[in-house]
Design a protein around this ligand. Structure first.
Ligand SMILES: [Zn+2]
Length: 137
């Protein structure tokens, strides 16, 4: 898995709110100016979109939540509650288990095979879809 990763130091029950995904609150224009999208370059920022107006940049004033990796078969979920993002457990977690949630990125453009290759996933889950992009309906 990419980056550092976050691991449970003790057993955690399902449905537990673990940590806020903290960071500086940006508009989309501010985020795009800070991290211009470069063609063919691997995406590696700590941005998390709350809605059409607000993006959290965990690279500024962020906390440990930014080290939680993506998984296609996650044990956590990112929940938006009153304009803030919280990482919550989806099921019981064993000590030492890696915490992960589905990043489920959405691009404005179509999620073509080329787009998916720019956002690859190697989580190793049987159900791995090969990309951290969400399924578009
Ligand atoms: Zn995967």
């Amino acid at each position: 898995m990419q980056g550092l990763g976050a691991f449970a130091t003790h057993a955690i029950p399902a449905g537990e709110r673990l940590i806020e995904y903290a960071g500086e609150r940006l508009t989309w224009a501010e985020a795009e100016a800070r991290y211009p999208e470069v063609d063919g370059e691997r995406h590696h920022t700590y941005l998390f979109a709350i809605d059409d107006d607000v993006i959290i940049d965990a690279a500024v004033d962020g906390n440990e939540a930014r080290f939680i990796n993506h998984s296609c078969a996650p044990n956590c979920d990112a929940v938006v509650d009153h304009g803030r993002i919280w990482i919550e457990t989806l099921h019981d977690i064993e000590p030492g288990e890696e915490l992960a949630y589905d990043y489920a990125y959405l691009l404005d453009e179509r999620h073509t095979p080329a787009a998916k290759r720019r956002f690859p996933c190697h989580c190793g889950a049987i159900t791995c879809r090969g990309t951290i992009l969400a399924k578009k309906r």
